[in-house]
Design a protein around this ligand. Sequence first.
Ligand SMILES: NC(=O)c1ccc[n+]([C@@H]2O[C@H](COP(=O)([O-])OP(=O)(O)OC[C@H]3O[C@@H](n4cnc5c(N)ncnc54)[C@H](OP(=O)(O)O)[C@@H]3O)[C@@H](O)[C@H]2O)c1
Length: 302
Amino acid sequence: MLVNGRFGITKDPRADRNRYQGNMVTFPFLPGNYRLHIIYTMLMYTLTDRIVFITGASAGIGAACAETFAGLGARLLLCARRLERLLPVASRLEAEYDVETHVIELDVTDSEAVAKAIENLPEEWREIDVLVNNAGKALGLDKSYESRLDHIDGMIDTNIKGVLYVTRAVVPGMVERNRGHVIQIGSVAGRWVYPGGTVYCATKHAVRAFNEGLKMDLHDSAVRVSSVDPGLVETEFSLVRFEGDKERAEAVYSGLTPLTGRDVADVVAFCATRPLHVNINEISMMCVDQSHAVLVNRRKSD
Ligand SMILES: NC(=O)c1ccc[n+]([C@@H]2O[C@H](COP(=O)([O-])OP(=O)(O)OC[C@H]3O[C@@H](n4cnc5c(N)ncnc54)[C@H](OP(=O)(O)O)[C@@H]3O)[C@@H](O)[C@H]2O)c1
């Protein structure tokens, strides 16, 4: 009876919207607000045993998303380049949440490897329901014309090409099944540009444009497309940006209370659990101490 079809699937999942409006009469003894809440809860898409594929799940927002989806009972398909970091994440989630995981060592910038990884998935991991395109990075904080070439390539290859390669490999299956959800981890850098972030911001602007187009490409299907666009999140992001310079990385978050990976993961899960006729296009989020890309309120006492 639930919308996601655990108790029977309909041909077009969006059509369930009207069926479940009828459930209001099931709770005539409850006050109206409670009734609506119960009905909405019934409409929500449950992720129990659904396959969620998260790129860059070895750290930061990706690892937090893995934990949040584990809490929702999803089956986790996790990839990253550092297997030594990814495996402990997967084992802990299996033990703590009693969920199944499948781990892939994958560099999303390698188009052939991405295609092969998806093609060679074991039968029971093929039907990906949710793709979280999270793997990404900023490298350096230089003027664009002074940026190192490896930084420019690294950002463009991971943040743009990686997203395109993975999406291209996964979405055809979703279209075939007429079911699925692509969620990009964008950034406020896809909306605003800041000094020193020219190339990174350009890549996140590209992801934003791509997402808008992807929704149109999928117009005649029930596949959903969302983008969650955070501001400052305390992860290994700055450590990667400054090539392991811990002091410089920590200074980015000093005197303020940044978002955590878990804050972002909660919003990703919110998008994924909306009723199937609802498409959250984009959610932009920042910590209270941030008001624009580089406008942050650093409190002296912290
Ligand atoms: N932190 C922020 O302030 C912030 C704000 C807005 C948006 N974002 C976005 O959030 C996403 C996640 O960043 P984060 O903050 O969680 O950073 P993070 O802690 O550095 O994590 C990045 C993840 O991406 C993976 N990754 C990097 N390159 C990869 C590649 N070529 N192939 C596969 N996986 C790769 C890393 O794993 P391996 O190194 O093991 O491959 C790691 O798991 C990025 O897209 C970033 O642009 C972050």
